[in-house]
Design a protein around this ligand. Sequence first.
Ligand code: NAI
Length: 416
Amino acid sequence: MPTVVPRTSLPKGKIKVLLLESIDASAIDAFKSDGYLTVESQKKALSEPELAQAVKGAHLLGIRSRTQVTARVLEQADKLIGIGCFCIGTDQVDVAAAEARGIPVFNAPFSNTRSVAELVLAEIVMLCRGIPQRNAAAHRGEWLKAVAGATEVRGKTLGIVGYGHIGTQIGLLAEGVGMRVIYHDVEPKLALGNATPVDTLRTLLQRSDTVTLHVPDTAETHHLIGTAELAQMKRTAHLINASRGNVVDVDALAAALEAGRIAGAAIDVFPSEPESNAQPFVSPLTRFDNVLLTPHIGGSTVEAQESIGLEVAAKLLKYSNNGSTMTAVNFPEVSLPEHRGKHRLLHTHRNVPGMLAALNAVLAAAKINIASQYLETSRRVGYAVIDVDGADRPLSATLRKRLDAIEGTIRTRVLY
Ligand code: NAI
């Protein structure tokens, strides 16, 4: 049997990759070095009508957080097989609409974890030394040299709310500078280093010298920190929020700062953020010298961007070349071996009874031998991967049509 090098159903050179929002060059290099030559990279985010136009003919789409991939955009995405969010969040994509069209959505959940953790560590030190207000004063020509209120972080207690990827990293870094670490999470979590879990948020707030928030943006975490919670913190304590803007009630925070209820804060994320650097930043917190304000840059480092570029490009390439959907946020996850010497059929369908039987009946009628078969389903969608013998000859167009004609089929792809 001749050796068949696995390839995609379209030659890679013809697979169109559209990347928006200045996605890192590491991603472009990854596509090109894998043979994907049609890579179009644009600097800006596109509006809905612009994107609906641009996405026509694109097979793979890469975005960051400012491009909204709506159901209307997806209606125009006639060739699209996968979306890569070159960031952490995927809220900007209508992931349910993408799923219904058989389009997996990938992201980079951990690539900027360390960058956020490093910034938070620096902020803990800055807040404990009163640097935000001393820096603000110095810029106005004032000299705020005083020991009062300036403390070392060594021996102080850091309270981490949300002990996930970022929270655990910060815990380890903080222990490195001699802090005691306590954490609160809604799930049981393995404590790293000498960190200690506490049962309630209240206990954490009461005991911590610095409280740092690292929870997701959910209905449960909306205004997790409001007036009542701020009142439970020590008067000398600081609050850090580099998670999501809605986790803190900023009006309540402004009131607590005004009243001297807490000593200061470092806030990187806001309920409403400017869409571009050209727009003004408006927040009730801008009037406080003892608040360090940063424009949602917790995860924005050169290293994080490069690593996000590589991580998401690798996921899109693996899916395009091999069919694997591991870590897709909206799609049945399948980790697949290579299919050397076989054809691989990728069949996405509505999750209804009898699909596998219907697929197998079509293959049996065409006298095609199944070498291996994988099926994963989500509530709405099923993803069947079938490796078949006979890689020395292409699958007939008639067979493709019969597979496509099975009631409930969303999409069929073949990898040779
Ligand atoms: P993760 O999912 O690894 O961890 C979140 C943790 O919060 C989980 O352990 C979860 O069980 C816990 N949690 C959920 N609800 C909770 C509640 N009500 N109380 C206590 N714990 C709760 O997430 P990761 O990667 O650590 O990210 C954390 C946050 O940081 C997310 O909101 C993410 O969007 C944000 N982020 C911000 C960046 C920035 O630039 N400022 C960059 C990267 C992430």
